[in-house]
Design a protein around this ligand. Structure first.
Ligand code: DAH
Length: 353
């Protein structure tokens, strides 16, 4: 039997079908638009909820069918609006990310630089390491024996004078701040037998008035080589190689006779002025040469004082200031700048890494 189709039923079915078509093709381009759609269709006063008001008038035998259709419509609308919300949120997220440079560092950190003295020290040690020297270390707070007596300084040598040396205790052990890294020679020779081939970097102290050209502390690198048949020619060759690697292959060296208590013979070494190339300029006082280090053959008395047989072994030693070498490379006019930690000065060495 065909059901009698009454007015309210047909109207409802038509309305529901029309809403189904509309809901299926809903569009939104922002979260606000999605919310508007939710209010329009799903809120208490929304179009779908209003259908339930008319539902009352639907004849009893069609209520079931109409009720099912309204529920279908409600599910369709709920799903479609959720879909639109997801799409809009994904788009917002993508837009946000597109506006951000994800490769940027979180906070700009000012990059530090290596201190020029460390830079040059590392370069110097590297050159000697390639020639077979290993690094030796010793204390800055020393005693008279390791700094002076074992190194052949006479009891009345002026270097022991209060003018030069910072004494920590006069008696009983004469504790003092080392005035040169030659003290590491003493300590190494006391402990080891030849062959010994070391470089000793470190800080040294002298009781001097601080000025642009002098400081109460500075840095040295000491070298020592002891073995059978070590000659002055070996010393000269090692220093020539060092000078050329440090200051360029055209660099010339010259050795002038000098005096140190712990070497015999002793010499001071000049390099051809690395500013004018040896022609003569203000920096080298028109001489074409600049002094860079002291050196010599280790005095047999020093070998004996440290327990090494001076009839069997000979050796050479050299010592130089790291500030001096750094000045020659980078023209630092005032020694005080090395220890003032002014970042404007330190920043000048960014490129010198
Ligand atoms: N110790 C010396 C100084 O501080 C430098 C020096 C000169 C070291 C000659 C040596 C050397 O090893 O042989 O002035």
């Amino acid at each position: 039997m065909c059901p009698v189709l009454s007015g309210p039923y047909l109207l409802m079915i038509e309305k529901i079908n029309e809403l189904m078509t509309r809901v299926a093709s809903l569009q939104a381009s922002s979260a606000e638009e999605v919310e508007q759609l939710r209010v329009q269709y799903l809120s208490k006063k929304g179009e779908i909820s209003l259908l339930f008001n008319d539902f009352r008038n639907v004849p009893a035998e069609q209520k079931r069918e109409v009720g099912q259709k309204i529920n279908e419509l409600k599910t369709l609308a709920t799903d479609r609006i959720a879909e639109l919300r997801e799409a809009v949120e994904a788009k917002d997220e993508a837009d946000r990310e597109a506006g951000i440079d994800l490769t940027r560092t979180a906070t700009p950190l000012p990059g530090g630089t290596r201190h020029p003295l460390n830079l040059v020290k590392a370069q110097m040690l590297d050159i000697f390491a390639r020639m077979g020297f290993t690094i030796a270390d010793g204390p800055e707070v020393e005693d008279d024996w390791h700094v002076f007596s074992a190194l052949n300084f006479a009891a009345d040598h002026p270097a022991r004078d209060m003018q030069d040396t910072f004494f920590i205790a006069r008696n009983p052990a004469d504790v003092l701040l080392r005035t040169h890294t030659s003290s590491v020679q003493t300590r190494t020779m006391e402990k080891a037998q030849p062959p010994i081939r070391i470089v000793c970097p470190g800080r040294v102290y002298r009781n001097e008035a601080i000025s642009a050209r002098a400081h109460c502390f500075f840095h040295q690198i000491e070298g020592l080589y002891i073995d059978r048949n070590v000659s002055f020619a070996d010393l000269r060759q090692v220093l020539l190689l060092f000078a050329r690697q440090m200051f360029g292959p055209e660099t010339k060296i010259r050795l002038r006779p000098s005096y140190f208590p712990f070497t015999e013979p002793s010499a001071e070494m000049d390099i051809s002025c690395n500013i004018c190339g040896g022609k003569g300029c203000g920096f080298c006082k028109q001489t074409g040469w600049v002094e860079i280090l002291g050196c010599g053959m280790v005095d047999p008395a020093v070998l004996e004082a440290c327990g090494i047989d001076s009839k069997e072994y000979t050796g050479y030693a050299f010592g130089m200031g790291v500030e001096r070498i750094t000045n020659l490379k980078y023209r630092v006019k005032d020694l005080r700048m090395f220890s003032e930690n002014d970042v404007r000065f330190l920043d000048e060495f960014i490129a010198a890494k």
